[in-house]
Design a protein around this ligand. Sequence first.
Ligand code: FES
Length: 102
Amino acid sequence: MARIDVTDAVQSLGPGESRAYAAGADEIAICRGDSGVFAVADLCTHAHARLTDGFVLGDLIECPLHQAQYRLDTGELVDGPECPALRTYKLFEQDGRWYVET
Ligand code: FES
């Protein structure tokens, strides 16, 4: 398990924004939803569109291609075409820095 410093990405996020972050083989979307900051896989499980090209809506992220909507906290699919849940990553703050575990 790797711990990656994503402080710059987190601090650059305004409300409802997302940033793509590549960490080795992991392509991660760091998102600021209504309830805080979350890290989820950046590729939609339906047809692999990039979710950071989509929209953060409250505590959901919506795919730009066919509008699948996933919960940012659990990755659960809540609307759109049938597809698996989205991978989520642990995101946490420690000593003023933000980290993702992959
Ligand atoms: S590629 Fe995301 S909903 Fe189809």
